[in-house]
Design a protein around this ligand. Structure first.
Ligand code: UDP
Ligand code: MG
Length: 333
């Protein structure tokens, strides 16, 4: 394995002279924090240019914002047309699809993704770029002193552990979207036509020389998280929402609740039975057991529905996102 990865490393071409770094940023209703993002981002990138001898472009993808984000992005494009691209979606297709679209328009040798809410400090971009210049094709990140709610931190820890057990992907902090990918990995991700993607994991599967580094994490600068509790569940199960598969999906949720409720009842009745004795000849224990099994069956059905739903969406081959327009300068590099 070591020999293979060493030879793969040798296959990785040396970084081009003066490489182009593309910074891809999905934007959804972020008007309150965008000005601050522009100020910090371009300052950090200008600094990086002198420090690391690289060039840069920023690709913003407006994911169907209903506030003034699109207008602010257009104004920023007017200010820095030579290094800014703005992709405008026709609706809200989700963060991961927005990043995918960003990949399609990014021309860079190395591509860095980050959130628009300043939770990923733009000043950390150069750290990631340094690792890529050193030959790493995938730069993962670990958020130090993560500034999110307790619930989010615990939930994502649990999901991390679950993913660790059920997949071959080794990643310390899957939720952090600030990452670096080289051109080869981005090209492979563009070729992957699945409708439900979790970009950090997808990129990792194509990497041959990955590395993880620690980066800072900040509080959201303004506005609120764009993920509701429900959306977080869906994202974590790597599934996409759609009205056509919703009835099937509802099954799995009902199933979980039923299974939990009846498991509790079952445990209570078992304890009661040993302490006090059987009630009505143990009929209720039987009921509890029945309900529990019913819950499990419904959960299984729902799970099956999740897979069938995904296959259904895949065979329809609908476009993954619809672009309304793109702001880019036609100046050739
Ligand atoms: N985002 C997006 N489309 C969505 C939801 C979010 O483009 O449907 C963007 C959002 O503008 C931000 C990033 O994805 O730049 C991460 O979103 P958020 O900060 O709300 O997620 P959290 O940090 O709470 O996980
Ligand atoms: Mg955030």
């Amino acid at each position: 394995m070591q020999i293979i990865s060493d030879s793969l490393r040798q296959l990785t071409p040396p970084p081009p002279l003066n490489p182009l770094i593309s910074v891809v940023i999905p934007v959804y209703n972020e008007e309150a924090g965008l000005e601050e993002l522009f100020t910090r981002l371009y300052k950090a990138l200008d600094l990086m240019v002198t420090e690391l001898c690289v060039r840069y472009e920023v690709v913003f993808v407006n994911d169907g914002s209903r506030d003034h984000s699109a207008a602010l992005l257009a104004a920023q494009f007017d200010k820095r047309p030579e290094s800014t691209k703005v992709v405008l979606f026709n609706g809200n297709f989700g963060q991961h699809m927005a990043i995918m679209a960003g990949f399609s328009y990014a021309k860079g040798d190395f591509i860095v993704t980050l959130d628009a809410d300043l939770q990923n400090p733009p000043e950390e971009i150069s750290k990631i770029v340094k690792q890529m210049l050193d030959g790493h094709d995938y730069v993962g990140t670990i958020r130090v002193a993560r500034k999110d709610s307790h619930f989010r931190r615990y939930a994502s820890k649990a999901m991390n552990q679950l993913r660790d057990r059920i997949t071959k992907i080794t990643m310390t902090d899957q939720g952090c979207m600030m990452r670096g990918y080289n051109r080869r990995i981005v090209n492979l991700m563009k070729k992957s036509k699945e409708l439900n993607t979790f970009i950090p994991a997808l990129g990792f599967t194509y990497s041959s020389n990955p590395i993880e580094i620690e980066i800072n994490h900040e509080e959201r600068f303004a506005g609120e998280s764009k993920y509701s509790f429900y959306q977080l569940i869906r994202l974590n199960f790597d599934l996409v929402t759609g009205f056509s598969v919703l009835p099937l999906q509802a099954f799995s949720l009902i199933g979980i609740l039923l299974a939990l409720a009846s498991a509790t009842l079952f445990i209570y009745l078992i304890i009661r039975r040993f302490l006090i004795g059987a009630e009505v000849e143990g009929v209720f224990t039987l009921f509890a057991l029945n309900f529990f099994l019913l819950g499990v069956i419904l959960f299984g059905l729902g799970l099956l529905g999740e897979y069938v739903g995904r296959i259904y969406q895949q065979v329809r081959k609908r476009p993954r996102y619809v672009v309304m327009g793109v702001l880019e300068s036609d100046a050739k590099e």
